[in-house]
Design a protein around this ligand. Structure first.
Ligand SMILES: [Zn+2]
Length: 258
């Protein structure tokens, strides 16, 4: 049977440049909670403080009440600790090895693409394992500075050099995207891709759905892997309604069939 998987594998085999756009659904296969922005741990949307999680995890709250923001950053950090990348991340990195002009644009802050070996990577919402001081040039990692969220420390964490506030290198609610990420998105938008694949993201952010829409308009094959319907589902050429890791593994096997 000429399945969707076979069709997508055929397109990938011929392609030189593939753009993968990934979101929480990919890391959900690693046991991570699916995030809405970075606040997906909280389905009821309200925190102990009675405020929406978007407010607790906002750039503004970090300035006014860093202890509140850090309380939730800590919960997210410890939910992620001990988890690692899965077969889906691995397959994407393998495809990049095979086709060096492959790119990954991810909303995920878990760093799993990097760990799996992806190099052409845009972490548009940052990386939670990178920490920096908001006052001086001190930088560290959550592994070194917070023992990987393993041992409780006093929050908010303070800089050992200047006592300034330490924060993770992630885009909090209400904050602008980093200049570097915006530049990179602009750059990949100028590359003529041979296939664009959206994996495990609902595509609510314009910078996530944009490349899919542009590909569609340019006649470039578009694929979505998602067990749920999203705003992109009706737009793509191939909609694979299944989990990310399993599907990417099947595509990889099909690509490498003799
Ligand atoms: Zn400092």
């Amino acid at each position: 049977m000429y399945t969707l998987i076979t069709q997508v594998a055929e397109i990938f085999k011929k392609a030189d440049r593939i753009l993968f756009i990934t979101g929480a659904g990919l890391s959900a296969d690693s046991g991570l909670p699916t995030y809405r922005g970075i606040g997906g741990l909280y389905d009821d949307k309200h925190t102990d403080e009675g405020i929406p999680i978007e407010e607790a995890l906002s750039g503004d709250m970090l300035k006014r009440h860093p202890e509140i923001t850090w309380k939730y950053l800590w919960q997210i950090g410890s939910a992620c600790s001990g988890k690692k990348f899965n077969r889906g991340h691995e397959v994407i990195a393998l495809i990049e090895k095979m086709k060096s002009e492959t790119w990954v644009l991810t909303q995920n802050i878990d760093g799993f693409h990097r760990d799996a070996g992806s190099k052409n990577l845009i972490e548009v919402h940052g990386n939670a394992s990178e920490l920096y001081c908001t006052k001086c040039s001190f930088k560290s990692s959550s592994q070194n500075f917070l023992s990987g969220y393993g041992t409780a420390i006093q929050i908010p964490p303070k800089c050992p050099e200047c006592k300034g506030l330490i924060r993770p290198n992630v885009v909090l609610f209400g904050e602008m995207l980093p200049e570097k990420a915006l530049k990179q998105i602009y750059e990949i938008e100028t590359i003529r891709m041979d296939a664009v694949l959206s994996v495990g993201t609902s595509g609510v952010f314009p910078y996530i759905s944009g490349p899919v829409i542009m590909a569609r308009q340019a006649g470039v094959p578009t694929v979505e892997i998602n067990p749920c319907d999203t705003g992109l589902s009706d737009m793509v050429d191939f909609k694979i309604k299944a989990g990310a890791a399993e599907t990417l593994d099947r595509i990889w096997k099909e690509m490498n069939k003799a």
